[in-house]
Unconditional design. Structure first.
Length: 116
């Protein structure tokens, strides 16, 4: 089956989102859509991880590997019901939001502006 969305680090398949470069050194994380409790759009800036290549400055957020994060304006914070929430920066956040919306993920509706 083809992915509904795919870039260098993120792919959205029929049943789950796959985040490449999540675990050290290059391990992937697969999150079934039904495991995602909510998604929050984040406007990137110095205080919200724009210059973070990988990892975290906050103990509850883990930014997946993205060497191009500093050039991106928006990221997505996924609540998966655990203490650590994955933070991803897809090349096309609107396309990922659309896929999550099709899978009825709470908070995935495209309207509104990202939080800072």
């Amino acid at each position: 089956m083809t992915d509904a969305y795919r870039d260098a680090w993120i792919s959205c398949a029929d049943d789950a989102i796959r985040i490449r470069g999540y675990y050290f050194p290059w391990g992937a994380k697969t999150i079934p859509y039904e495991a995602i409790r909510s998604v929050e759009r984040i406007e990137q800036g110095a205080a919200t991880g724009q210059f973070r290549l990988w990892g975290t400055a906050k103990p509850t957020v883990w930014a997946s590997l993205d060497p191009h994060r500093m050039r991106k304006r928006e990221g997505l914070l996924l609540d998966v019901g655990r203490r650590i929430r994955p933070y991803i920066t897809p090349d096309d956040p609107a396309a990922v939001i659309a896929v999550l919306n099709r899978h009825a993920v709470p908070g995935a509706a495209p309207e509104g502006t990202p939080h800072r």
